[in-house]
Design a protein around this ligand. Structure first.
Ligand SMILES: Nc1ncnc2c1ncn2[C@@H]1O[C@H](COP(=O)(O)OP(=O)(O)OP(=O)(O)O)[C@@H](O)[C@H]1O
Length: 126
């Protein structure tokens, strides 16, 4: 179905774009080891959040970190696919693009771990 077709209703377009997004998430979850690791850590963090329990502010921070991390990992996967689509050859620009995207994920992951530990230490003071 062509989503730009004017005969397609707005709701159908909205629903279709939602199913495309969902299939992108599922596919990435099935194929990308790093995404699976992030999902696992997110589930653990949510369980810990219910057990401690987190305050409303802590939930907001943790959910932003989880959402940001998963969204960034999806963007990284998209960029890897595009680079692989453009070339099979070993090229410095392909490496630069992939490594920069991986770097973005790494920066966010380090920040998430630090903020996550700060939140956890609030509940288990040393
Ligand atoms: N076409 C290419 N030209 C040059 N270097 C590349 C190319 N494709 C990948 N690389 C480099 O090889 C390394 C591994 O890349 P790869 O695409 O396998 O991703 P990855 O880091 O294993 O991530 P993932 O496990 O999520 O697929 C990275 O340093 C990347 O920059």
């Amino acid at each position: 179905m062509d989503l730009k077709d004017p005969k397609v209703s707005e709701w159908k377009r909205f629903y279709k774009s939602f199913t495309y997004a969902w299939s992108g998430i599922i596919r990435t979850c099935q194929t990308e080891r790093n995404f699976q690791i992030h999902v696992s850590i997110s589930i653990v963090m949510i369980i810990v959040g219910f057990l401690l329990p987190f305050t409303v502010f802590e939930w907001i921070v943790v959910l932003f970190l989880i959402g940001g991390m998963l969204a960034l990992e999806l963007m990284n996967t998209a960029l890897e696919h595009v680079v692989d689509l453009v070339t099979d050859d070993v090229m410095p620009l392909a490496k630069a693009a992939k490594d920069a995207a991986a770097g973005a994920v790494f920066v966010y992951a380090i920040l998430s771990v630090i903020i996550g530990l700060i939140i956890l230490f609030q509940h288990f003071p040393l």
